[in-house]
Design a binder for this molecule. Structure first.
Ligand code: UDP
Length: 231
């Protein structure tokens, strides 16, 4: 693989605490990403916002405004993770679909390609910039736009199951599943909007557990202990 888009959920950054940041978890992610960058793989990153806020969090706030808070949460996450990456010796840049002053730069495909050419890790923060979407959607959108070879989906669960393994101890993990089946059976790999975009634009995904040792490096090397989502 030459270019991949890594999606990290907000909660994954928080570790056991479930909110805010867990520096040890993020540092471990940084070390793995550096291994891949040193091999010449270009890495784009999208991070969720659930460790701070979700648009659905409050019923008393207008949904558009609540989603704006969620999008800003993803910007905070990217600033934090970007700084940890820099502390591990990587060069990084954060792009957003809306202006954030000097905190970030505006997203464009040309700018992304320029940064990749300079061996930078590029963070795509702020989601799509629109309410009623999710970072699942912005992950697939950016992966398609930047022509990534695949999406690496690092999750709390270690793959795609036929039912929720938390509720069903006999749940079966798929080594491989088609995006059509994900949609038909509503397997909740990414949300439905994102799944349809993957199918229409033939963007594959590799789903794995972030907690497993070296799981990001292994997934990028094609060593898949989770699930390959084919298109
Ligand atoms: N969000 C949004 N538009 C986007 C991406 C994210 O409005 O394009 C908001 C939305 O409120 C979401 C929050 O940001 O709940 C955090 O994003 P994430 O995808 O982590 O949310 P989740 O899918 O967990 O609700």
């Amino acid at each position: 693989m030459k270019r991949v888009l890594l999606k990290l959920s907000g909660e994954a950054l928080a570790g056991e605490k479930k909110t805010g940041f867990d520096e040890a978890v993020v540092t471990e992610v940084a070390k793995q990403v550096k291994t891949l960058v040193d091999e010449g793989i270009q890495i784009g990153i999208v991070i969720g916002g659930g460790n701070f806020w979700r648009g659905r969090t409050s019923k008393n706030i207008d949904r558009t405004k609540a989603d704006q808070i969620g999008m800003l949460a993803t910007v905070m996450n990217c600033i934090y993770v970007s700084e940890i990456f820099r502390s591990q010796g990587m060069m990084t840049s954060i792009l957003t679909p809306f202006a954030c002053g000097e905190f970030t730069k505006m997203f464009s495909k040309d700018r992304t390609n320029k940064y990749f050419a300079h061996n930078m890790v590029v963070f795509f923060a702020g989601g799509t910039g629109h309410p009623y979407f999710s970072t699942d959607t912005s992950t697939v959108l950016r992966a398609i736009e930047i022509e990534a070879d695949t999406i690496l989906l690092a999750k709390a669960v270690d793959g795609v199951y036929d039912c929720d393994p938390k509720d069903h101890p006999d749940a079966r993990k798929y080594p491989e599943v088609s995006i059509q089946e994900v949609i038909d059976r509503q397997l909740k790999v990414v949300d439905l909007t994102a799944s349809i975009m993957c199918m229409e634009n033939k963007m594959p995904m590799i789903v794995f557990g972030l907690n497993e040792k070296d799981s990001i490096v292994n997934a990028a090397h094609g060593i898949i202990t989770g699930t390959r989502v084919t298109v």
